[in-house]
Each structure stands twice: as C-alpha cells, then as structure tokens.
Design a binder for this molecule. Structure first.
Ligand SMILES: C[S@@+](CC[C@H](N)C(=O)[O-])C[C@H]1O[C@@H](n2cnc3c(N)ncnc32)[C@H](O)[C@@H]1O
Length: 256
C-alpha cells in the first residue's frame, strides 16, 4: 500500500531547507518522531542495536543536523560520515561539529542517498544507518542497492523507520491509506512498505539479521508538539485515531 504521490529528493531538499529551523525549535538536534524517555536512552539504544564498535567507520545516511553523529562520536571512538540532501542542514551540522571539537571524526556531505555509490568509495563503511530517513526515499530499493556497494563485506545496514500498517480489513485499509497520504504530504515522506523494503534488501544482496519493534517505550510527545505548533492534522478525512503505521528496526549484513 503506498500513497499516490512520490516525493522526489528535490522536494525533500526544499522541505528541509525551509523547515529545519522549525524542527530545531521543537526537536532539538535530533529530528526523530519515535523517541524513548530521553535522547540518551534513544541514541544509546540505537548504538547497541546497530552494533557500533570502536574503530568503525559509519555512514549516517540522512544525518539531519548531525545530532546523532555528534552523540555517537562523543561516546564511542569511531568516525562518522553524515549525508544530507539539505544544504541548510549541512551548514548547521558543520557549525555544531566544530563547536563540539569533532571535525576530525565527523564529516558532512550534501548529496542524495540514491547515489551513495557515486559519493563514496566501494566497500568503505563498516555500517550504514538510516535513522528515520529511508522513508523519504523516492526509490528505496535503489538506496538499499547503493548502500550495499559502499558497505564492506560482513558490514551492516541498520534502518529505523515506520512502515504502513498492514490489514486485511478493507475499510480500515482505506483509512490507513488516507492517514499515510496526509503524513506523506505534510512531511514530504514516502512512507515505507515493509514488503517492498524486504524485497529491496534481498534483491540488493543484504541478508536479514533481524526485524523487530524497537524495545523502548515509544514517546511521540515531541512529534505531537511539532504537529500542533504547525497545524498539521494527519487525521484529516478520517477523524478517528487508528493504528496506521508500525515502527520497526531492521538490521542486515552484507555477505558476498
Ligand atoms: C527525519 S530527518 C532525520 C535526521 C537524522 N537522522 C536525525 O536522527 O536527526 C530525515 C533526514 O533524511 C535526509 N534525507 C532525506 N532524503 C534524502 C536523500 N535523498 N539523500 C540524503 N539525505 C536525505 C534529510 O536531509 C534529513 O536529514
């Protein structure tokens, strides 16, 4: 199930160039909707789930303003390359990295994650992470294929995102489609379909290690505050609140 319109990288770039300041005012440096009780808990959990190890070279694909990258580089001796489609985010991220004294450990590039294989050398990263970023992809299978090229053999890809909730109930399915289409329109998202994502991962050559629900109590307070502040009503045309998406984390390994 997918919404009718596909948002392109150019749409997403325009969106973040315009909206990043508003996110920073509500979300701080971490632009994620599904949070734990604190940023420490959320990102500590992410580092464990994604299997970060000292010495790793990490690709943070869709890095925002480098909030997560700075957190990880401060806690673990690793190097991180962050990629964002937004020039505004790149500028803000670089000032934050400088201020944190992490210029040697965290580097930001502006570019499109559909073309990772053109931006980075082959077999370059120990792992690639997509923290609430893959859902913006116009073509997720292409992104997963390009990530496969730039991750080393035995390296990993880790995805945290939300997926369209599946149901066999036709009337529920119509409501879910309406809500997802509202989300996509307001956030320039292309909410992921789990079946297509799994197929894309496998076609690219990734081996699934796990797919699971994040093991922390999901806190959506910041996302709700943001929506209220900016008059975003994802329930428009449906009215009632229903379970419309499913939050998952997916870990895969490159095995040649
Ligand atoms: C919801 S924000 C998440 C930011 C960050 N992961 C965090 O946790 O703060 C989505 C991010 O994905 C990036 N993004 C979306 N489409 C992209 C694309 N085609 N190429 C590179 N980055 C992209 C955006 O620029 C933004 O930084």
């Amino acid at each position: 199930m997918s919404a009718n319109q596909i948002y392109t990288p150019a749409d997403v770039q325009r969106y973040y160039d315009e909206w990043t300041e508003r996110y920073l005012n509500t979300s701080g440096d971490i632009i994620q909707g599904a949070r734990a009780s604190s940023i420490e808990e959320l990102l500590g959990y992410t580092a464990l789930s994604a299997g970060f190890e000292p010495g790793d070279r990490i690709l943070d694909a869709g890095c925002g303003v480098a909030g997560p990258a700075i957190f990880f580089a401060q806690k673990i001796p690793l190097t991180i390359e962050g990629l964002t489609i937004s020039g505004v985010q790149k500028g803000i991220a670089e000032s934050k990295i400088d201020a944190a004294g992490l210029s040697g450990k965290v580097k930001i590039t502006q570019g499109d994650y559909h073309e990772l294989d053109k931006i980075y050398p082959a077999d370059y990263f120990d792992r690639a992470v997509f923290l609430e970023s893959l859902g913006h992809a116009a073509n997720p299978p292409l992104v997963l294929k390009s990530a496969y090229q730039v991750v080393k053999d035995r390296g990993h890809i880790y995805i945290k995102d939300f997926f369209v909730k599946e149901t066999y109930d036709e009337s529920l399915s119509t409501k879910i489609r309406t809500i997802v289409s509202n989300i996509n329109k307001h956030y320039k998202y292309n909410t992921l379909d789990l079946g297509i994502t799994i197929h894309g991962l496998r076609s690219a050559g990734w081996h699934i290690v796990y797919i699971r629900r994040p093991n922390f109590v999901l806190n959506a307070d910041v996302a709700e505050e943001f929506a209220i502040k900016h008059n975003i009503n994802i329930l428009e045309g449906v009215g009632v609140k229903i379970d419309h998406v499913e939050w998952l984390e997916i870990m895969c390994q490159k095995v040649r």
